[in-house]
Design a protein around this ligand. Structure first.
Ligand code: CA
Length: 365
């Protein structure tokens, strides 16, 4: 770009920005919200689905609240309540919709019973990575759909962190073929669990606190959790030897969701601070997962063998996933709309990602 073009474009950009700021001011004064908070103290109650200060996810939301306080000069205080203090872990969605709490931090895939489409906002087996998911949500139309569908529950969602690629889980016996999955009892939630079911396994849901004992006693044969950092903290390496590489949660998205009416009553300033702090939290969480997983992976005990699932199993998983898409789309118009948007971004992104990221990683070796 020539220097003169740059100056003209920048000047135009600045004018456009000033105009949109003007517009925004008019818009907000119409709805009666304040552009600036003017020092008025606001306190919000946020409940999570995690135990207090749970590593990475729980500490991430603690830091988010601290950042909101710092960035607002102390005018925005977000009080974090760990699971079961104000509301049970998996009732945060309903409580927030009913305005019993102002916000919550949780995993989107927990709410597929409310609307099957919600599971896609949380991530897709064999699908987009964390960075790709965030790009789809922010630039590919995902956020618009998510916010439209959550608005029906009087909720306003923001991305509240992401895990990076998760491991495939801990198995007590090695998986040599598809036939080895028959009747296998595995703790695995969401669409990944649905795929495993179609491959002949028996997916079960267990609260975090019961997984270790179930695996140790053989009540379940396998479990997935997150990755080396959190999995070894749970002690799974002590009761299962085969640690499989991942496929079912390549980029799970967490949410920091607000009661919509409460969100709209906040000043522009506080909404901007919350949005900025949520972006910071998302980046930091992804980096923290990357670092701590790398470190924990290096320190895995000698009994642990890293395995990759047989090709015939992954081929069958791809077929099962497409069948699930078909079945869910036939049942739910929302699922179909979100899936179409997701696929459109996937298809846009893949050709360049293959020759940039994938190709480079192969060159780097
Ligand atoms: Ca998981």
């Amino acid at each position: 770009m020539k220097r003169r073009d740059f100056i003209t474009t920048t000047a135009l950009g600045a004018t456009a920005l000033a105009m949109s700021a003007c517009h925004r001011k008019e818009e907000t004064s119409k709805t009666g919200t304040l552009p600036l908070n003017k020092g008025k103290k606001v306190t919000l109650k946020l409940a999570t689905s995690w135990p207090a200060h749970f590593p990475i996810m729980g500490t991430g939301v603690d830091s988010f609240a601290k950042r909101c306080f710092e960035l607002s000069g102390g005018t925005l205080e977000i009080k974090v309540f760990p699971k079961n203090i104000l509301v049970p872990a998996l009732q945060v969605f309903d409580s927030c919709a009913a305005a019993q709490i102002d916000a919550f931090h949780s995993g989107v895939y927990y709410w597929k019973g409310k609307n099957p489409a919600f599971s896609i906002f949380g991530g897709m087996p064999l699908g987009l990575t964390s960075e790709e998911m965030i790009t789809w949500l922010k630039f590919g139309g995902g956020y618009e759909l998510w916010r439209e569908m959550y608005a029906k529950f009087n909720l306003y969602p923001l991305i509240g962190g992401t895990t990076g690629p998760q491991m495939g889980g801990w198995f007590k016996k090695e998986i040599h073929s598809l036939a080895d999955l028959k009747g296998l009892k595995m703790r695995i939630p969401g669409l990944g669990g649905e795929v495993m079911k179609r491959l002949g396994a028996n997916p079960v849901l267990l609260p975090a606190g019961e997984i270790y004992t179930a695996l140790e006693r053989g009540t379940i044969d396998a479990t997935e959790w997150v990755g080396p950092a959190l999995d070894t903290m749970m002690g799974f390496d002590k009761v299962a030897n085969f640690y499989y590489t991942g496929w079912h949660e390549p980029g799970s998205i967490l949410e920091i969701t607000f009661n919509k009416a409460r969100w709209e009553k906040l000043s522009d300033e506080h909404r901007a601070i919350i949005t900025a702090a949520s972006e910071e939290m998302t980046g930091t969480m992804l980096q923290e997962f990357r670092y701590k997983n790398a470190k924990a992976f290096k320190e895995l005990p000698g009994n642990v063998q890293i395995k990759t699932f047989p090709k015939e199993m992954m081929d069958a998983a791809k077929v099962a996933l497409k069948d699930i898409w078909k079945d869910e789309s036939a049942k739910s118009e929302d699922f179909k709309r979100v899936l179409d948007s997701y696929k459109a971004f996937y298809n846009l992104n893949k050709p360049y990602d293959d020759i940039s990221t994938k190709n480079f990683l192969e060159i780097r070796g």
